[in-house]
Each structure stands twice: as structure tokens, then as C-alpha cells.
Design a protein around this ligand. Structure first.
Ligand SMILES: N[C@@H](CCC(=O)N[C@@H](CS)C(=O)NCC(=O)O)C(=O)O
Length: 196
């Protein structure tokens, strides 16, 4: 049985979708309608994960993984080219993933769900400020050198969201977004999600 990703177009699960394409390994995917909690095959998504949100990754063993940080860490541990080497390598990737999840991803909630213009303007400013952590000192093509890690893909989804909501993004991260977007695996994942 191949591993299977449950995703929703342009949701944070796009990071996992890209990472799986980058590995070159075989995988299945199934789209989830987050409003109705139905999958494209008509299954009740709550029976895949009671959390009801994406991503969920069903492993070859039948076990289900949730939470972006855990899923991306699992993919990188299986495919070290998507992590970084060295004694602190995994910790640095987890540090970046956690920052994306807790400081950036969460900050987008009003952009997706609020009707309050003031709240959205405040969120937009917060996101711009928090992105500076990644742009300050970015001297390589990707966050950790000349090839991307799973953290780059999670950050990339945040940069796509920033583009969608016209949030100010530091120039070096606009370049990072374009560089990641041009990768064949990213094009493949975005095309499969109907984003191109
Ligand atoms: N804690 C989860 C949150 C995932 C999450 O926010 N997923 C969103 C899409 S980006 C979702 O499925 N929302 C639908 C819902 O919560 O009902 C993680 O880090 O993976």
C-alpha cells in the first residue's frame, strides 16, 4: 500500500504535497472538502482523522499522521535530502517549521476567516514583521543552503498566501517564492491541486 496524503487546494497541506513530489517516491492523494468534511471519493474525512483538518498522511502500515510539523519531519527523516545534515540539522529544521506553524500560519487566521478590516490589517502587519526573521540574513538560495528543506516548502505556502492577500513580503522572500515555485516538483503539486 502506498502512502496517502489528504489535502485541500492551497491549504497548508500543499507543503507536504510538494515535499512528497520532491522525494520522487510513489504516493496517493485525496482531496478533502474542508467545509463538508467529505473526501473526493465521498468518504467522511472525520473517519480519517477526528481532527477534521489537513494534512493527514496515511502510512504504509495504515497508521495516520497529522500536524504539519510532524508530517514534514517524517518525510524529511525518510528522505534526508529534504532535511539538513549535522548534529543540529534536524533541530534547526524543526525550529524553522515551528516558527512557520506557530508564528506565521496562525497569524493568517483573520485573513482567511475574519470580515473585520482592522483585524486583517493588523494581521497583515504582523505577518510582514514576522517574515523578517527569515529574510534577515538570508544569503543562500534556500533557508539552509543551496537546496530546499521541508521548512522551505511550508514557508513557501505562507508566501503564496501572502501573495493572495497582498501582504508586503521582503524582496529576498519574493525571490525565494519565485525560486521555489519554478521547481518541477512544486509545479507538479500545484498543478495537481488546480492552482496553475
Ligand atoms: N495544527 C494543524 C493545523 C492544520 C490546519 O490549520 N489546517 C487547515 C488548512 S491550512 C484546515 O484544514 N482547516 C480546516 C478546519 O480546521 O476545519 C497543523 O499544524 O497541521
Amino acid at each position: 500500500m502506498a502512502i496517502k496524503l489528504y489535502y485541500s487546494p492551497l491549504a497548508c497541506s500543499l507543503a507536504d504535497h510538494i515535499a512528497l513530489h520532491e522525494t520522487g517516491q510513489e504516493f496517493e492523494r485525496e482531496r478533502v472538502d474542508l467545509k463538508s468534511k467529505r473526501t473526493e471519493s465521498g468518504r467522511d474525512y472525520n473517519s480519517v482523522t477526528t481532527k477534521g483538518y489537513v494534512p493527514a498522511l496515511v502510512l504504509e502500515t495504515g497508521e495516520t499522521l497529522t500536524e504539519n510539523i510532524a508530517v514534514l519531519d517524517w518525510i524529511a527523516s525518510r528522505h534526508p535530502k529534504l532535511g539538513i545534515a549535522g548534529p543540529l540539522g534536524r533541530t534547526r529544521v524543526l525550529e524553522a517549521l515551528t516558527y512557520v506553524s506557530t508564528e506565521l500560519h496562525r497569524s493568517f487566521l483573520p485573513m482567511w476567516h475574519s470580515e473585520n478590516t482592522e483585524e486583517k490589517a493588523k494581521a497583515s502587519e504582523t505577518i510582514t514583521n514576522r517574515l523578517a526573521f527569515f529574510s534577515d540574513g538570508l544569503k543562500t538560495d534556500y533557508l539552509f543552503g543551496d537546496r530546499p528543506s521541508v521548512a522551505d516548502f511550508y514557508l513557501f505556502v505562507m508566501l503564496l498566501w501572502a501573495e493572495r492577500f497582498q501582504i508586503l513580503v521582503p524582496t529576498s522572500l519574493v525571490q525565494l517564492r519565485d525560486r521555489i515555485r519554478a521547481r518541477p516538483a512544486v509545479q507538479a503539486a500545484m498543478s495537481a491541486e488546480g492552482l496553475l
